[in-house]
Design a protein around this ligand. Structure first.
Ligand code: ARG
Length: 473
């Protein structure tokens, strides 16, 4: 047997009536899902509580029966929370475990909790309830990461560093500007999750197995008890789709993609060659053979786990691609992927936040890196544009200056005024005011640009975003 405690006798409790023979032991361990779905125990209880309230409200069970079911569920919840009740892994799934425990505790009324309900709509509800807890939790952690980055950015609005395209020196920016770029990506990640949540927060319960019920269930009342404003409009759709899981994992994949790319920079920036960042010892590892090593393993692990999250997304999409309506057992396989993606992304956001918050930044190395690579070449062209030269011509003049500097093995700043004059008579001595890296950065005052005043605007907008979303998530 794969999982020690399962027995054939107590396993098939919910559906064994039609069978004369018990299932093969291997069949039991092959199909059971409690090891994966146990994490939805509290969601399952919440769903059953609302279902019992609805059954009572609709007059399908008596008030006493409702009260007894609710009291039973409350006691199960309490005992699970304080650890006095342990999950019985011989149950087929979390629904069977909660229902069997309820009937154990309260007797006959417990057998009524599944009236007008199927595990098909129950599981869809449990997943949605689980995501209603998970998504805001993750969103708040994303906000903490944005706040952390913003705090670092505030201290580095004057820290000049090279900006790159093709991983080649492009134009100077500041560390603050660079960190804000990642922060904006994370704001969209947080918003995307809110958007997914809109479609998660719709109640499928009452769809039953696939075709609703002949009993007078009140689906809208039950949805209200659950805190949902809407119900699904088609019973077949309610039990057949997992698009809310896929949409969530898709949003999670984007969060993870952003972290992974940022981690790539952290790895690169902690090399001896770059030395832009120095990770704290708390968030670094050493080598078993090379005594000098301080490795950025956490950034690498986050980057590496990204493959797992994408794999989860592809697994879900592929699992669903050939399924006809309505419920198919294939769909049980959604939870491994969903929960794996949730766990990986949540822990990565948290670990990344701590890693980046405790890192130190090497301003001197960033400044030194701005010295080579002609980051200010565009500024020479812009200088000439301001003097009336067409940009394409100015581009050629600046390229000539770059070639001259290459031939003299010096920086553009080191060329003499005669050198510049030989490139264009329009260049005067004030060229030396516009080409230091700090001057290049602060000239870029376009909205969204790296000039200090503009980055301060970004930082304040990011702070407002976090403060407003904290209240709404
Ligand atoms: N464990 C199942 C799942 O996760 C619950 C629904 C079971 N329904 C059924 N007809 N066997 O999808």
């Amino acid at each position: 047997m794969e999982h020690g405690t399962i027995t054939q006798d107590n396993h098939a409790a919910l559906w064994h009536g039609r069978f004369e023979e018990g299932p093969d032991a291997q069949a039991v361990s092959f199909e059971t899902s409690i090891f994966v779905d146990e994490r939805m125990a509290l969601d399952d209880i919440k769903g059953s509580r609302a279902h019992a309230e609805m059954l009572g409200y609709a007059g399908i069970i008596t008030k006493d029966e409702t009260d007894s079911i609710i009291a039973g569920l409350d006691s199960i919840e309490k005992d699970l929370n304080d650890g006095t009740l342990k999950i019985d892994y011989s149950a087929e799934d979390i629904h069977s475990f909660i229902e069997a425990t309820l009937t154990d505790r309260i007797g006959e009324p417990g057998k009524k909790v599944h009236t007008g309900r199927s595990r098909n709509d129950q599981i869809a509800l449990d997943e949605r309830l689980y995501l209603c807890r998970f998504v805001p939790d993750l969103q708040n952690r994303i906000l903490t990461l944005i706040e952390t980055l913003t705090q670092i950015a505030e201290k580095h609005t004057k820290t000049i560093m090279p900006g790159f395209t093709h991983m080649q020196h492009a134009q100077p920016v500041t560390l603050a500007h660079h960190l804000c770029a990642w922060s904006w990506m994370l704001t969209r990640d947080a918003d995307r999750l809110s958007d997914a949540l809109k479609r998660i927060r719709i109640s499928p319960i009452g769809a039953c197995a696939l075709a609703g019920s002949g009993l007078p269930l009140n689906r809208k009342y039950e949805a209200k008890q659950l805190g949902f404003d809407e119900i699904t409009m088609n019973s077949l759709d309610s039990v057949s789709d997992r698009d809310y899981c896929i949409e969530t994992v898709s949003a999670l994949s984007l969060v993870q993609m952003h972290l992974s790319r940022f981690c790539e920079e952290v790895v690169l920036w902690s090399t001896t060659e770059f030395s832009f960042i120095d990770l704290s010892e708390k968030w670094s590892t050493g080598s078993s053979i090379m005594p000098q090593k301080k490795n950025p393993d956490f950034a690498e692990l986050i980057r590496g786990r990204t493959g797992r999250v994408y794999g989860d997304l592809i697994a879900l999409l592929t699992m669903m691609k050939g399924l006809p309506l309505a419920y198919d057992r294939d769909m049980q396989e959604d939870k491994q992927s969903l929960f794996d993606a949730c766990d990986v992304v949540l822990s990565c956001v948290e670990v990344f936040t701590k890693m980046i918050a405790t890192a130190s930044w090497n301003e001197a190395a960033m400044a030194a890196a701005c010295e080579g690579g002609f980051l200010n070449a565009t500024d020479i062209a812009d200088y000439l544009v301001r003097k009336g030269m067409p940009f394409r011509t100015a581009h050629g003049v600046s390229a000539k200056a770059v070639r001259l500097a290459i031939s003299k093995n010096c920086r553009l700043e080191d060329l003499s005024q005669e050198d510049f004059k030989s490139c264009s008579p329009l260049i005067e001595s004030d060229i030396f005011e516009v080409i230091p890296p700090a001057a290049c950065v602060n000239a870029r005052k376009t909205d969204g640009g790296p000039a200090e005043s503009k980055v301060m605007e970004q930082i304040s907008a990011l702070k407002t975003f976090c403060a407003e979303k904290r209240r709404s998530f």
